[in-house]
Structures are given as C-alpha cells and as structure tokens.
Design a protein around this ligand. Sequence first.
Ligand SMILES: NC(=O)c1ccc[n+]([C@@H]2O[C@H](COP(=O)([O-])OP(=O)(O)OC[C@H]3O[C@@H](n4cnc5c(N)ncnc54)[C@H](O)[C@@H]3O)[C@@H](O)[C@H]2O)c1
Ligand SMILES: [Zn+2]
Length: 360
Amino acid sequence: MKVIHKEVENSYTIRFSKNIKSFINKQKSIYSKIAIVSDTNIWTLYSKSLPSKGILNINIKPGEKSKSIRVKNQIEEELLKNNFNRKSLIIAIGGGVVGDLTAYTASTFMRGVDLIHIPTSLVAIVDSSIGGKTAIDNKYGKNLIGTFYNPKEIVINMDFLSSLPKKEIRQGIAEIIKYSIIDDKELFSLLRTINKDFLSNTNKNVVKIVKKCIEIKIKTIQEDFKEGDKRMILNFGHTVGHAIEKLYNYSKSHGDCIGLGMLVEAKIAHDIKELSSANYEKIKELLMMYGLLELKLNKSDAKKLISFMRLDKKNSDNKITFSIPKNIGKMKTTKGRHSIQINDKIILSALNKVINEIKN
Ligand SMILES: NC(=O)c1ccc[n+]([C@@H]2O[C@H](COP(=O)([O-])OP(=O)(O)OC[C@H]3O[C@@H](n4cnc5c(N)ncnc54)[C@H](O)[C@@H]3O)[C@@H](O)[C@H]2O)c1
Ligand SMILES: [Zn+2]
C-alpha cells in the first residue's frame, strides 16, 4: 500500500505591495475570521494604518522571550475564545519573532490554518518569512521545537523598514552578506560600493538587493525543503555564529554573532586552501564596513566555542560540519555535497587567528 502526497510542498507567492490595508480587507471576503498577530512595537507604530473592523488583534511583547510555549498558548486561548476554526486566517505582521511564533501556532491550530506573513524587519523580509521553518525556544536552546509550514502568501511592504532601528537593519545586512558570499558575487560587489547606511541608498538598489536575497533563499529551499544538503549553504557563518550567541548567553544579536561567525568560517576556508587570501580580506572588509565585527572574543573562548559547536543541532556524531566558500559567490562541494566535516585543530587555529586579528 502506498500513501501518495500530491502536494508535499505547497507553493505560494511572495509579492511587494504598499497597500497592506486593502490587501487585508480583501481577505475578509475569503475568510470569516481573521487574526493579526503582531508585537507592541509594530502595533504602536502601525495600528492606525491597518484595518481593525472584524479583525482580532493579538499583540505580543517584543523580543525573543516571546518565542515560547507560554505565549503560543496565550495566542491559542485568544483564538479559541473567539471561535476561530479550520477555515480562519492568521496574519503575522512583524519581525522574525512574530513570524516564527505565529507560523508555529498556525501550523498546529486545528492541525493547521491558513497563514500570511507580512514581514516588517529586514531579517524577516530577506530570511525568516521564507522557507517554512517555524519555531519556539525553550530552556534547552533556540528553535528546538517547531514545524515546517508554508504560508499562503508573503506580502512585503518595504516602507516598514523606515522605522526599523539601525541596529536591526545591521542584523539583516549580516544575512544579506551571507547570501552574497554563498551565491552571488555581483551582489557582493554591489554591497561593497553602496553607502553603508543601507536605507540611504537609492530605492532601486535597496529593492534590487532585497529581491536578490529572496531569490537566493527561494532557489535554495526549493532544492532542499527539509534540510537534506543544499540548504546547508544558508548556514554559512552560523555554526560558529550560534556558538558565539551561546557564549554571550544570547545577550548579543544574531546578525552580529554570525558576522563574526562568517569571518571565522571564511578563515577555515582559507586555511584549508579553498578561499584565497584576497577573498578572505574582501569578506573581512565588507563585514567591517557594515559594523559586523564589533564583538570581541578572548583566547580562552576558542575551546568553549568548539564545545558549543559540537552541541549544535545541525551537527551529529560529535562531528562539526560546515558549508564553506571556495570563492566569493560559490560554496565548496565534496562529492556533490555541501556539508563538510572540519577537524577541531583547524577550527581552533582559525578561531585563534581571527581572535588575534579583531583584538584591536
Ligand atoms: N524561520 C526562519 O527561517 C528564520 C530565519 C532567520 C531568523 N529567524 C528568527 O527570527 C528572529 C529574529 O527576527 P528579527 O531580527 O526580525 O527580530 P525581531 O522580530 O525581534 O525584531 C527585531 C526588533 O525590531 C522591531 N521591529 C520589527 N519591525 C519593525 C519595524 N518595521 N519598525 C520598528 N521596529 C520594528 C521588533 O519589535 C523587535 O523589537 C529570531 O527569533 C530568529 O530565530 C527565523
Ligand atoms: Zn541567521
């Protein structure tokens, strides 16, 4: 006997629209019940430009702490209290925290209700809203509980970015730099030439950069929805970056940690004779230009970081795996696979070299 799933991965559209209010109002003719989940920062700034009639608003506290089973329960209570059912719609308007939490809730509520993402942070626009990964955190770590669940649609309004704090823009730039290194040398060159104050660049360039990143993410996840191998390239900088986040007890932002993580992983690539010295220096310059090498590490941190890397959920059998660049815009493959194991000695040496380089 066979169970055939005709649609394992349902398709959806990502579109740019400035008129979010009318987009949401249109959903009223399709769904009898609609909830908007947002955080209080977004709500304070944008509630007046969003429709309110006939819509349930659920606002969570901003910040990673809200990606919890407790807040998920609160959202479910609200939905149930208001008689939401299988045919209802949930719209996530916010950054990656709102997106991940809401999508996870939507994926389990009545075994799955329709979801629309309206990402408002640069991270959410270029990264977290795309790819179907949903998650909450717990005391054992970040993103350990979740599902793969695609939205019906993603609607992007770049105007949201005008109120995003500079520090949060930088977190998005870290992922943008990642996309350029893993897949697009022209994007890398463009990032070197534009103004480092990202939003002060021409709208044309900003939109071009954002669209490129979205295309790279779509292309990658289409090839590998459930993290077989190709999706591993999106993890560039993250094996070391996650360890740095843990070292700092999650008090530092993700992008700042993966910025430094990318440098260490580029150093590994250089040390195993894949990446040239010139390209390593270019990567370092670009990270520096966007303020992504500000975190400091001590020599004594190197060994701790390696032990944290070993615990990362993407690693197995005690082996630490990476996806590393062989060139700017091109990742290394071995026998067709992107993930490669690197021994501790090489990781330790790369960490020590980078710690030395960023000391001052
Ligand atoms: N699912 C995925 O594939 C994926 C990928 C990357 C990151 N993530 C997750 O995303 C989260 C990080 O997302 P994030 O960086 O967007 O963080 P976030 O959601 O915490 O947003 C950052 C801050 O910016 C505020 N904000 C958002 N949009 C704003 C706007 N337009 N104007 C003013 N303030 C605004 C938020 O209130 C918050 O204070 C993490 O939990 C991470 O694990 C998930
Ligand atoms: Zn990331």
